[in-house]
Design a protein around this ligand. Sequence first.
Ligand code: G6P
Length: 606
Amino acid sequence: MCGIVGVLGKGPVAEQLVDALKRLEYRGYDSAGVATVENGHLGRRRAEGKLRNLEQRLKSSPLYGDTGIGHTRWATHGKPVEANAHPHMTDQVSVVHNGIIENFRALKEELIAEGAEFTSDTDTEVIAHLITRELKAGSDPVRAVYHTLKRLEGAFALAMIFRGYDDLMIVARQGSPLAIGYGDGEMFVGSDAIALAPFTDAIAYLEDGDWAVLTRNGVAIRDRNGKAVERPVTRSQATAFVVDKGNHRHFMAKEIYEQPEVIGHTLAAYVDLAANRIDMPALPFDFANVHRLSLSACGTAFYACLVAKYWFERWARLPVDVDIASEFRYRETALDEGGAALFVSQSGETADTLATLRYCRAQGQHIVSVVNVQESSIARESDAVLPTLAGPEIGVASTKAFTCQLTVLACLAIAAGKARGVIGPALEAELVQALAEVPRHMATVLRDERPYETLAHGLSKARDVLYLGRGSSYPMALEGALKLKEISYIHAEGYAAGELKHGPIALIDEKMPVIVIAPRDDLFEKTVSNMQEVAARGGQIVLVSDADPASTGCAISTHLAVPPVHRFVTPLVYAVPIQLIAYHTAVFMGTDVDQPRNLAKSVTVE
Ligand code: G6P
């Protein structure tokens, strides 16, 4: 993940900026840079690779400004070279940015047509040029940023400084976190409180859509509608060594909220967003020659594999077997020599998954793993590792690791589709664009938790809950039920909607909540028929969908609205509502959300 820092200081800030960036090193980065305002002029130093290269650069060519911004970059648009490192700037403004600007191509064309000269491949540089255009038209920096933000689509965090303004920094948050630190005659910003720990423990977190104007004497925060707002200042517990909860009550909530950012980060490792193409690392086999792919995992990671089966079959026409690792390892499965076996695991240490991997190796399979812990046993024993870049996941119930697993698997399915001649350049660009939009859609779902809080009251009284879905929403129904039972201890089951009539319909009465995951796709009408079967028996339907509930013709007790998204990415976006349903129900019931009874984060026993 990229890191952002900013300081309005009492003296030269370059050293403070680099110190703060060092505390964000754990997020991973490939280049770094700082910029300051010095006697009204903007100065910038950048370097590829580690922060010590930037320090070296600053030593030979110091910056003396008292106001500055800094950034560690994890390449998304364009290669990890100095020209693409942040800050990006014109002579008027300097910008650092986390996240993805989805509409940067259209904006870049517009700016180039007007004569703007770009010096990088990044999406970020359009922001600097848009602001510059506004400034040249006579706007002050605040107005220039206000107008520019309205043009940007995506999930992002920004910090900006301006020529001629020694006591001004403007920041914005739209889906990627940003913290403001209060000092005594100094102000700070950071992509998390850990970056700011040496400077201050008085921290306010911007909310989604907020943007803020900082001077040394304080900050004025506005929401997305331009209304002045206050955000509570809390005492942060963060130190460089403690992963803290930010302003969330639980790690699980923090991890749910991190998803737009970590998905963007994971995507950046497998996709060239500037070219709208997949860019996978080399694999030990060619998908064109693979007859069957075996996927294996446990728990939530198993459900990620089940979703992937729909993707590989639909978009790559590749036959896929999915198995629970504890079953696979003893099933004595017949495997073709030279076949491909893929293992998915957050921890990379799950005993059953590791044993299955070893079985597949003994059967002459090519071993690929999707893991969140790169030093883990599963990673070490694989021929190729495709890391999820979710960062440490503390909550026992997996959330951001799951959606990052889905992100990697979606990219892999596109790569397979290309290799097998199913996906051509136009479809590849369409699917990659759909993935690039996922962080923004997730951020939209996260904007209003009130419907989930209300629903939690009702669900908390239920003895059993049924989840239904079709197509790739079927494994999401399974994952929804797992999340709910894991942390609220309410019995829940997921079913393929079409299976309802073959058994579970016997359970339905007016006390039974039925959560239906039904994006408006080509299976929607089929799922509506199943909802009608539930409604006819008095079941309480909770509809998770982008569709108008009235269009179902059923009595819907709760509609959890999701924005319309490309059918390819529905599992990623619909993961957020099912996580929020479980989270709020558990919070309402007062269970130990982060460490539910009897469960372990990493299961290293059989
Ligand atoms: C445990 C965790 C689950 C996880 C499963 C597989 O049961 O509580 O959240 O999905 O193990 O773990 P892994 O680390 O292999 O993804």
